[in-house]
Design a protein around this ligand. Structure first.
Ligand code: RIB
Length: 305
């Protein structure tokens, strides 16, 4: 039986425009293309974990609009259990995304139905959480819900992963003791720790601070520079495979989902990080959020260029 991962988080329809560069304030640019693509950090991480070897359940909310059905169908197509994806009156979550010619992006999200994922709704699906080995949360649903999920997963003895994205502020102090693996990127690590993160040394300092705050282990993703792992005793740096980037949207989500799937099937932390990094590297060579996420066979076939 594949190991079970539950993702508690967001589903968004991504409205994606490609443009030569990101617009400045007050500026109108002529875009090159437009597409609607299933996304949302929670759903992306669920798809990544499912394509990369885990049995996955999603806990979240979609709206009563056409996007809601599309978002649910996209997960069902990956054999993800959606019994805990509730449909609520109103609009689904959306993300307005511009991707430029350097494959960088700018994103504005509107929570929509994701805002309806309350702690009591999570409580209705406690059996889904109980059945899982690993739980993943992010920050595109209400903070109260994330805090509740972390606490409940800890009580149930699950492996608890928090990807604190997007984060521009410190996390509630009482969350940290419930987190086994905290996986921020550089800017999130900086926002959480209050320290600048712009080098390997500064990432080590931020990771140390986050462990002092109570997180079990910290993995700071460093984009093309790979990632830094810290467990409070030592640090390990994992260089990323070099690839030609087309679109970095969902690279972090692919890493988190891949890491969780690998950990859930019993791989070591180092193996799970290396596996997640290959998956994330492959994802940046393709456009879009969920369409860019590789399969297990893609990752197994990957050869360092
Ligand atoms: O991490 C990428 C995701 O962030 C996008 O799919 C978008 O929906 C936003 O949530």
């Amino acid at each position: 039986m594949p190991a079970k991962v539950v993702v508690i988080g967001s589903l968004n329809m991504d409205l994606v425009t490609r443009a030569p560069r990101l617009p400045r304030g007050g500026e109108t640019l002529i875009g090159q293309s437009f597409a609607t693509v299933p996304g949302g950090k929670g759903a992306n991480q669920a798809v990544a974990a499912a394509r990369l070897g885990a049995q996955v359940s999603m806990v979240g909310c979609v709206g009563s609009d056409a996007y809601g059905k599309e978002l649910r169908d996209a997960l069902l197509a990956e054999q993800i259990d959606c019994q805990a994806v509730s449909s609520v009156e109103g609009s689904s979550g959306v993300a307005l995304i511009v991707v430029d010619d350097n494959s960088q992006n700018a994103i504005v999200i509107v929570a929509g139905a994701n805002g309806a994922l309350t702690p009591s709704l999570i409580g209705c699906f406690d059996a889904v959480l109980q059945a899982a080995d690993v739980m993943i949360c992010q920050l595109e649903v209400p903070d109260a819900t994330v805090g509740h999920a972390l606490k409940r997963a800890r009580e149930l003895g699950k492996v608890v992963i928090l990807n604190p994205a997007p984060a521009s502020r410190p996390l509630p102090a009482d969350w940290y003791a419930n987190i086994d693996y905290l996986i921020p990127n550089e800017s999130e690590a900086s926002a959480l720790s209050g320290l600048p993160v712009d080098s390997r040394q500064s990432a080590e300092a931020a990771a140390t601070r986050l462990i002092e705050m109570g997180a079990g282990k910290v993995i700071i993703t460093l984009g093309a520079e790979g990632s830094l792992f810290a467990d409070g005793k030592s640090f390990a740096h994992f260089p990323a495979p070099a690839v030609k980037a087309v679109d970095t949207t969902a690279a972090g989500d692919t890493f988190v989902g891949g890491f969780a799937a690998a950990l859930a099937v019993g791989r070591s932390e180092a193996e799970a990080i290396g596996f997640g990094q290959i998956a994330a590297a492959l994802s940046v060579t393709r456009a879009g959020a969920q369409p860019s996420i590789p399969s297990l066979s893609d990752v197994q076939a990957f050869k360092t260029p």
